[in-house]
Ligand binder design. Structure first.
Ligand code: OSB
Ligand code: MG
Length: 389
């Protein structure tokens, strides 16, 4: 396939409730939606970069810059034989994995549609996994009792595990209250988003009696070495999120013993092909993975669900239902939680969902189309001048 046009939509959707992490508080989900068009078919993806470089270095502005100046010039006007080659075309560009992933994922959707198959089939998912067990990620709450109240509502809805955001000063207390309230059987885990240092080891050891499923990314976002030390000192399994940026990181983290579980985010590792490699490496080592989330709209969520059909996604993901995040999703119908705490993988061609026209209009504050100039022969930028941003 050759891409005829790329559409970018910048969407902003209010969150139902503020989401607080060790980085700060989010009240609105904002994202670039990317649409690739070729031969009359459209492929959709969502970029998981955020306004500020807090979770990762990438931002809405940096991905725009990377697409315009480095990535799309390498992809547009190429004859793309398979979705697997897309990441290779972009390989000379360092980093910018979220920007790369969005382009690659839109092209995966396009290829699946062109074959009339759901994306999970192209990714090599398992037909037995059409209902994905899901958990919910709960932001830092104002008090332990507020956490218990929110958590009990999610359990009543059927969510299969509770992930609690923690930071120094809001950790042992709320988690202890939660464990007491929901009992020993409930699956609870914590995510620190790099808020601790190895010198906090005694504090983190106090988590062990709480029987958490895992502690996600307690230490620095680029660290595998201190995580190894911590992993050996704690009974609670360590799961890495931020620190796994590639399949090589996954291999090293497993070899070192820096984690016993991996959170796979397709955007964080540069797209589906790389996420699948992270999955394969973990599977070969007997390390379970689960699908993380970045408060995605239905477009990114659909991609995550298709990825979650691979067999080593053995633990509930952060791929919660649309109404966990938004009054209105960008897709209609939204993703709904099945009573058994699962989300159903869409069965139509490609990701099986698309942005609803009216909602896109409501939530999009900026739109531009980049047309590929067919005469482009290399050198320069192979698309028409985008409007300024
Ligand atoms: O660390 O997993 C994280 C959201 C934004 C950025 C980072 C993270 C998260 C979440 C939310 O935990 C997961 C979700 O429900 O999408
Ligand atoms: Mg995380």
């Amino acid at each position: 396939m050759r891409i005829d046009a790329v559409d970018l939509d910048f969407v902003q959707i209010p969150l139902k409730a503020p989401f607080e992490t060790s980085f700060g508080i989010e009240t609105v989900k904002s994202a670039w939606l990317v649409t690739v068009t070729s031969e009359g078919l459209r492929g959709y993806a969502e970029c998981v970069a955020d306004v500020q470089p807090l979770y990762s270095e990438e931002t809405h502005a940096s991905v725009y810059f990377a697409w315009k100046n480095a990535l799309l010039p390498r992809v547009l006007a190429q004859d793309i034989a398979s979705p697997e080659v897309v990441i290779q075309l972009m390989d000379p560009v360092r980093g910018n994995r979220m920007a790369k992933a969005a382009v690659e994922m839109a092209i995966w959707d396009w290829f699946a549609k062109s074959q009339g198959k759901p994306l999970w089939e192209l990714l090599g998912g398992d037909p037995s996994r059409m209902r994905i067990p899901v958990g919910v990620s709960i932001g830092i709450q104002p008090s332990p009792s507020a956490l218990v109240e929110v958590a009990e509502q999610y359990l009543a809805q059927g969510y299969r595990r509770l992930k609690v955001k923690i930071k120094p000063g809001s950790d042992i207390g709320p988690l202890t209250a939660l464990r007491r309230a929901v009992g020993p059987q409930a699956a609870i885990m914590a995510d620190a988003n790099s808020a601790y240092r190895l010198s906090d080891i005694d504090r983190l050891r106090e988590l062990d009696p709480l029987d958490l499923m895992m502690l996600e990314q307690p230490l620095a976002e680029d660290d595998l070495v201190d995580h190894r030390v911590l992993a050996q000192a704690l009974r609670t399994p360590i799961c890495l999120d931020e620190a796994i940026r590639s399949d090589d990181d996954a291999r090293k983290a497993i070899e070192l013993g820096s984690c016993r579980i991996i959170n796979v985010k397709v955007g964080r590792v540069g797209g589906h092909a790389r996420a699948r490699r992270v999955h394969d490496i973990a599977a070969a080592a007997g390390v379970p993975v689960w699908c993380g989330g970045m408060l995605e709209t239905g477009i990114g969520r659909a991609h995550n669900l298709h990825m979650s059909t691979l067999l080593d996604f053995r633990l509930p993901g952060d791929t919660s239902a649309s109404d966990r995040y938004f009054e209105q999703d960008i897709i209609d119908p939204p993703f709904r939680l099945n009573p058994d705490g699962t989300l159903t993988v869409p069965s139509g061609p490609g990701i099986g969902v698309e942005p609803d026209g009216d909602r896109l209009q409501r939530f999009s504050s900026h739109h531009e189309t980049w047309h590929v100039q067919k005469q482009w022969q290399g050198g320069g930028v192979p698309y028409g001048s985008p409007t300024s941003f």
